[in-house]
Design a protein around this ligand. Structure first.
Ligand SMILES: [Zn+2]
Length: 244
């Protein structure tokens, strides 16, 4: 992992100061079925979001902002959320990023922000909020999928992700439905294996974290292993940010 600390000028308020960013990511081991990265990337997730100390703008790069973002950041809803003292700062930054994405109409980007927040809530031992934000992400994905059924390159990948979010949040029957839809959509052999594995976990009432080695088996070599599953068009910007 290489962490940088460059001078950044906020695209919303003009504040200039040093902010950390990731120069090089490293991840060793299997990724979660919900695409949660392994260590050491997992412990550095908070660095995916920069936060302006002045106006509170949260983004992968606060030096850039699309049209309309400044008004969202200055808005009462954003500033109220920004000042929530009951939410850990690293989680809050993803929630703020998600708020902007949703307000801009980017449901899948918003979903990824909530998924990242869920992983961090889990790392803080807050299972309830972790579940809550998995469900927020699942709902955002539902709205996105309804309008963009052909927007995902690999059949089954988005259903697997949504299935795993729902299973881990305890919505087992809805998760089962997602797995069945995924299987009916002609997934690759690997994704079919993953979706059938999800069904066995759902049958067992198993809400625990599982990675891609669980259904597919541990590879004989290559400590760095990442399946092709997160081939999700709408997640492209998020994945670019974390260096895939
Ligand atoms: Zn600012």
């Amino acid at each position: 992992m290489i962490v940088l600390c460059d001078e950044v000028t906020c695209a919303v308020c003009g504040h200039t100061g040093p902010l950390p960013s990731i120069g090089h990511w490293e991840a060793e081991g299997p990724w979660g079925l919900d695409n949660r990265p392994p260590e050491p990337m997992l412990s550095h997730l908070a660095l995916l979001v920069q936060a302006c100390p002045d106006c509170g703008y949260c983004a992968g790069d606060v030096g850039m902002a699309e049209d309309g973002v400044a008004d969202i950041v200055r808005g009462e809803t954003y500033q109220t959320l920004r000042h929530r003292s009951d939410i850990p700062e690293d989680c809050l930054h993803f929630l703020l990023q998600g708020h902007i994405a949703k307000a801009q109409g980017n449901a899948m980007d918003a979903a990824w922000a909530h998924i990242h927040a869920a992983w961090l809530f889990e790392s803080h031992g807050d299972d309830a909020r972790s579940c809550e934000h998995r469900l927020v992400a699942a709902d955002l994905m539902k709205s996105e999928m309804l309008g963009n059924l052909d927007g995902f390159k690999e059949p089954g990948a988005v259903w697997l992700l949504r299935c795993d979010l729902l299973r881990r949040a305890g919505c087992l029957e809805e998760a089962r439905g997602m797995a069945m839809v995924g299987l009916a959509n002609g997934p690759s052999k690997e994704l079919e294996t993953d979706l059938r594995y999800e069904l066995t976990l759902i049958d067992d009432g198993d809400r625990t974290f599982r990675d891609f080695w669980d259904p597919r088996g541990r590879p004989e070599s290559a400590m760095t292993f990442h399946p092709s599953a997160p081939d999700l068009t709408h997640a492209a910007t998020v994945f670019d940010n974390i260096g895939r």
